[in-house]
Each structure stands twice: as C-alpha cells, then as structure tokens.
Design a protein around this ligand. Structure first.
Ligand SMILES: O=C(O)CCC(=O)C(=O)O
Ligand SMILES: [Fe+2]
Length: 293
C-alpha cells in the first residue's frame, strides 16, 4: 500500500489520535515510524471498508516511554497530523495483487557493554573446535554455508535476559500487536570466506511456526577482517492469498556489537562473505535466534 507518509524525510510529527467514544490523545512520532504508517493505513482501510493490514492492538509509548497507550485498531476513528500528511487517492490504496508490503526492522547499536563484548570475543576464539557445519531443514547442501555452536551457557543466559528486556520496545517500534513470549532460542554462528545463507524465512515448517521475531547480534574483531555478509530483508507482496517475497529489500549492515530484530516470516538472506585470511578468528560472528509466541 503506497501512502504519502512513506515519502517524507524523517521528522517529528504531532499526531492527535481520535478514538471511539470521543477520546483524544496527542503523541509525537517520527514521520517514518512504522506505527504511524499503520495508524494511517488503518484509517484508510476503514474509509474504504477494506480489511486492515494491521488488525489488532496498537501499543504506543507516551510521555517519553513512561506510559503506554493501548487500544484495539477498530477504535481508531481518525488521525490529525501536524504538519499534514496526505494519504493518496483511493485508486492507490486499494489492495492490488501487486501491492508491496514493506518489511521493517530495528537495529540497536552497542548491545553488549565493552567488557561483555570483549569477553565474548575471547570466548568465541577458544570455542573454534566446538563449532559444527550448519544444515537446513531441506538438507540442501548449497543453501547455507556457515558454522554453528549450539551450546554456550556462559552467554545464552545473559543475551536472553537482555533481549527479554528489549522486546516491548522492539514490538512497539515495529508497530506490532503485543504477544506473550513462550520461548527464546539462541545459537552462535560464524561465517568465513565464501559462506552465505540463501533466501529463506525462519518459521516455514511446523516446528518453527510459532517463531514471531528473529534477532541477530553481530560481533567481530576490529579492524573488520571481512567484507560482504550483509543481511537482505525482502519486502512482501500477496500472491494467491499468500505472503510471498517481493523484488525489493532492505540491506542491513552487520555492524559490530549491534542487534537486529525483524519478523521471522520475512524472506531474508546473508550475502557471501569474503574473508581473505580465512582464519576462524576473522569470521563474521553472530548470536542469533527466535522469539516464540
Ligand atoms: O546471520 C545473519 O545475518 C542471519 C542468519 C539467519 O538468517 C538465520 O540464522 O536464520
Ligand atoms: Fe534466517
């Protein structure tokens, strides 16, 4: 769905939310905030009696995060934006088979404190011999090349605690309805010279279906000893009533000591890594996993 809100440079927008029952709330949002896009498309969908693409609960932090406004999407009657944001004409908001649903992600820098990050790098270098080659659910040999470490109790507890604390903020930044977490999985990976992971999603099989969010934490030695290894997250479109990959995508730089969150259902891939030294210590390392509902 194409709306004018997507074309603005990021700026602060004063947004008055008009809710059923005559309630009004003033909030401030960035013009490129996914939640603003969802608010506008919800109003547009109601105006044209379409199914909203974001049915569910809105949860919007207020007063610099000290309070949270929650309301079901069907209670949203209107939105007043200052400066004005025009949503384009009916022809362009009608869902067509060719509509692109943009993918959204959140990337947070300085995830581990410097001491934790240093300890993690020292740890991974000692664990080289415990890493094993990765496989995929289809066992296709040319789909994925990397190494994985499944057990690292010294860090999995710490990362789970930090991720749990971040989830409410991540959910709100992604404009998602909240959900209760049943489990958070984690693994450590290394990508060395020529390694990659072709286009896939992370919840496409019965045993992965409850994965809601994927997270990837990146770490490596400085100066950066490899190139490539970008994460591409594809936008979606609807074809035959199914979400499928669009041609367009977002490119995520695997920034040192940053963590990325996105919907596990998005199609994504890891571009080939070039690591001239081929030394394990020079790999693109991650701790990644999935938040299950
Ligand atoms: O390493 C990355 O950037 C993403 C890894 C990934 O997609 C996965 O393990 O499912
Ligand atoms: Fe993945």
């Amino acid at each position: 769905m194409q709306s004018a809100s997507q074309q603005l440079e990021s700026q602060d927008i004063k947004v008055k939310l008009l809710l059923s029952g005559g309630h009004e709330y003033n909030i401030y949002l960035k013009s490129d905030a996914p939640v603003l896009h969802n608010l506008l498309t919800t109003v547009v969908a109601r105006a044209y009696k379409q199914e909203s693409t974001c049915h569910g609960l809105f949860q919007i932090p207020m007063n610099e995060g000290s309070s949270l406004l929650s309301f079901p999407s069907e209670h949203l009657v209107g939105v007043v934006t200052e400066p004005p944001i025009l949503v384009q004409q009916i022809e362009e908001v009608k869902p067509k088979n060719t509509d692109i649903f943009p993918s959204y992600y959140v990337q947070i820098d300085n995830f581990f404190k410097p001491k934790e990050y240093k300890r993690l790098l020292e740890y991974v270098l000692k664990k080289e011999s415990a890493f094993v080659p990765t496989s995929t659910s289809t066992n296709d040999e040319n789909y994925r090349r990397s190494m994985v470490l499944y057990s690292f109790p010294e860090f999995s507890e710490l990362i789970l605690k930090k991720i749990k604390a971040m989830i409410p903020d991540v959910i709100s930044k992604l404009g998602l309805p909240s959900f209760s977490i049943s489990q958070i999985e984690s693994q450590m990976t290394s990508h060395n010279d020529g390694n990659y992971y072709k286009i896939h999603n992370d919840n496409g099989s019965p045993d992965t279906a409850t994965r809601e969010l994927t997270y990837v934490y990146y770490f490596y030695q400085e100066p950066k000893p490899f190139s490539g290894g970008e994460l591409l997250i594809y936008d979606s479109k609807i074809s035959n009533n199914l979400y499928v990959k669009a041609e367009t995508f977002k490119t995520v730089e695997p920034r040192n000591n940053s963590i990325v969150f996105f919907l596990s259902r998005y199609m994504h891939e890891v571009l080939p890594v070039s690591c001239p030294s081929k030394a394990f210590a020079d790999s693109r390392f991650t701790i990644n996993g999935w938040v299950r509902r």
